[in-house]
Write a protein that binds this ligand. Structure first.
Ligand code: 13P
Ligand code: ZN
Length: 265
């Protein structure tokens, strides 16, 4: 099997293609990183790195872990036609401050500029959930727009999203995290995002976009689809609302589906 045909690589190609088609990833917007388990990559990946990338944050907890990651400045619309240039497979080096390139980035590329947010969020989620694998970031249109019109308060944002569609409280009972505008692409926003990832699998970045996390690509993608759909319904109904899901109905849903929801209603 060719490395590009590893199941996780193929899934990332399909994911980024879908994200582009949904309009969530204009130009080079968005980035994805997914853990590949040893059972999948053993016998396929080389031991010696092609190149090494250094970073300043501490990724000691990820030493030896292998990720498929999108390249910085790369366009999601191009991933399908040239995965070997737009994607890379990296292994976190023994010093905990480097990523060893084992495949991809064939035109000299490097991992996403949001690598700190991705790796720090992986660390946070793995502490909570050993089955965690996926961190994805995008500029989902309605979700991004929501951060301009709702108060900068994650409980209010969560309540609004829950009310826009019946399934929401079941899909993200813990609510969503929110960070006010911060400079993207560095360690600070990475630390702040990872702190939110201790409580939430969805984190909105004010005036920028959203992060989704999960055990599988389907779970993380499904989360962001649900949030984005809900934000879209919000904008479609603004100024037209006659009735909405009540707090009692939300509680009834949470009880019926046995989810431990954030007690903000
Ligand atoms: P990269 O091209 O470095 O992945 O950055 C895109 C982006 O969305 C920044 O937040
Ligand atoms: Zn972005």
């Amino acid at each position: 099997m060719r490395i590009v045909d590893l199941p996780t690589v193929r899934e990332v190609i399909r994911l980024t293609t879908n994200m582009y088609r949904l309009g969530w990833d204009e130009r080079n917007g968005g980035n994805v990183s997914v853990i590949i388990d040893p059972e999948e990559y053993q016998n396929y990946l080389p031991e010696n790195p092609i190149r090494v990338f250094h970073f300043t944050f501490d990724a000691t907890e990820l030493i030896g872990k292998v990720f498929v990651v999108t390249g910085t400045g790369k366009y999601f619309k191009n991933v399908e036609v040239a995965p070997e240039s737009n994607l890379g497979i990296v292994r976190i080096g023994k010093d905990g401050h480097s990523a060893e390139l084992l495949w991809g980035f064939e035109d000299g590329g490097a991992p996403t500029g949001e690598f700190p947010s991705h790796m720090m969020s992986h660390i946070a989620r793995l502490r909570i959930d050993p089955k965690h694998h996926v961190v994805m970031h995008c500029h989902a249109t309605h979700t991004l727009a929501l951060t301009y019109v709702l108060p900068p308060d994650e409980d209010e944002i969560t309540r609004t999203l829950w009310r826009m569609s019946t399934e929401c409280i079941v899909v993200f009972p813990e609510g969503v995290g929110y960070l006010p505008w911060m400079l993207c692409g560095g360690n600070d926003i990475g630390l702040a995002t990872a702190k939110k990832a201790e409580h939430y699998r969805v984190v909105l970045w004010g005036a920028h976009g959203v992060f989704g996390m999960g055990e599988t690509i389907d779970e993380a993608f499904g989360l962001l689809e649900t949030v984005e759909k809900s934000a879209q319904i919000y904008f479609l109904t603004q100024g037209h609302v006659r009735q909405s899901i009540t707090n009692d109905q939300l509680k009834e849903l949470a009880e019926a589906f046995h989810v431990n929801y954030k007690k903000i209603i």
